[in-house]
Design a protein around this ligand. Structure first.
Ligand code: SF4
Length: 373
């Protein structure tokens, strides 16, 4: 029986020329993520899904590891078409190995024998047709790390945009200048998990802090709509000093970048820290607000974090979007995305009006309707 690595190796294409460079002979360097792996012939990169085959970089292509319809608030994007349906797809593999990963079945499929996920062969056209049929507003590459499968995501996004859909990455942010330039023409929204502000912690997860910070600065400079998330884990990243430095950095890039501080629950291999409490979230949020962030949200504990699920005008504090978890209770922004109370422009990608909410709960669409290859 074929191994998962063999099954995936058969579902590959040649890398985009922008994302690969010949170093010497058959040795290549991949630029799809911040590892910038040098890869000899016959070897795989750190992500285990991009590999050098006789001097050609082969990259994932032609399948999804999962599809789900989510409220856009789940990604989470709070300043992009509230209530919209986000048609979410992922492939397999990741360039980090976070022990608390909530998508480990897809992200760690090639590292962990317990993480069994099989690919579903599908075309970009079929995915986009299904997203339109389901009345989605956004197509999102998520569940695994999208940067490492950027060629496939761009192929889908090239079809999604003419169909009137927005496009998004839900990413760890471990990018390079080359991969950001490559995806920039095709991407509207970008969420980054800013997991810590300590390089030592990032190294425990298999990465480095600096490429993540560079990606945040670059995306903001490119005008891509950016929201950041920090999963607050007691004893890992929740010290006052670390949250002070993290939120000061975000505010220095822009106080208008929404920062979501979300609650950890025991998962995957991380069972030691206690679950994050509402008080811990609210304490971290207060630090972010004191450091100048205008849009701070607390997630994963609906109804237990006071006002921190809602969007208020940063100028006059009028309620603009009222939420409970992913559910939109009220929407009061004007058609041109301003506060109805004081006329202040609210940063984000807003629709002309609230178009209703397709779902406040994730659901898996029937894959039988997809034109599976
Ligand atoms: S995507 Fe990242 S981890 Fe994978 S081969 Fe390229 S540089 Fe290495």
């Amino acid at each position: 029986m074929a191994t998962l690595a063999e099954i995936l190796a058969a579902r590959t294409a040649e890398a985009a020329p922008e994302l690969v460079e010949q170093i010497s002979g058959d040795r290549l360097r991949c630029y799809a993520c911040g590892h910038e792996c040098p890869i000899p012939d016959g070897a795989v990169g750190v992500c285990k899904v991009r590999f050098n085959h006789h001097g050609q970089l082969r990259v994932p292509w032609g399948y999804v590891g999962g599809i789900q319809c989510d409220p856009v608030e789940k990604k989470p994007f709070f300043h992009a078409h509230p209530g919209a349906l986000a048609f979410s797809f992922g492939m397999l593999g990741c360039d980090l190995h976070c022990s608390y990963c909530q998508n480990w079945v897809t992200s760690q499929a090639l590292r962990d024998p317990q993480a069994v996920a099989q690919p579903l062969d599908v075309t970009p056209d079929a995915l986009v047709e299904e997203a339109v049929r389901l009345n989605a507003r956004v197509v999102v590459s998520t569940y695994n790390e999208p940067l490492i499968t950027s060629e496939w995501a761009v192929e889908i996004f090239k079809r999604a945009k003419p169909a009137g859909l927005l496009t998004a990455y839900v990413s760890n942010g471990n990018g390079t200048a080359r991969v950001l330039d490559y995806v920039r023409p095709w991407i509207d929204l970008y969420k980054i998990d800013l997991k810590s502000f300590d390089d030592k912690h990032y190294r425990q997860l298999g990465g480095r802090l600096e490429p993540i910070l560079a990606t945040i600065r670059a995306l903001h400079g490119m005008g891509v709509w950016l929201e950041l998330v920090t999963l607050l884990i007691h004893g890992f990243n929740d010290s006052r000093e670390e949250i002070e430095r993290l939120t000061s950095f975000v505010a220095s890039v822009s106080p208008d970048i929404p920062w979501h501080v979300t609650a950890f629950h025991k998962d995957y291999r991380m069972n030691d820290p206690e679950n994050t409490t509402p008080e811990m979230l609210m304490g971290a949020a207060a630090i972010g607000q004191r450091n100048g962030l205008r849009y701070v949200y607390a997630g994963n504990l609906p109804g237990r974090v006071g006002d921190l699920e809602n969007t208020r005008c940063h100028n006059c504090r009028s309620m603009l979007v009222e939420r409970y978890g992913y559910f939109i209770r009220d929407y009061r922004l004007t058609a041109d995305g301003t506060c109805p109370g004081c006329g202040t422009g609210i940063p984000g990608r807003w629709g002309r009006e609230f178009e209703g909410q397709v779902t406040a709960l994730p659901f898996v669409p029937g894959t039988r309707r997809l034109r599976v290859i």
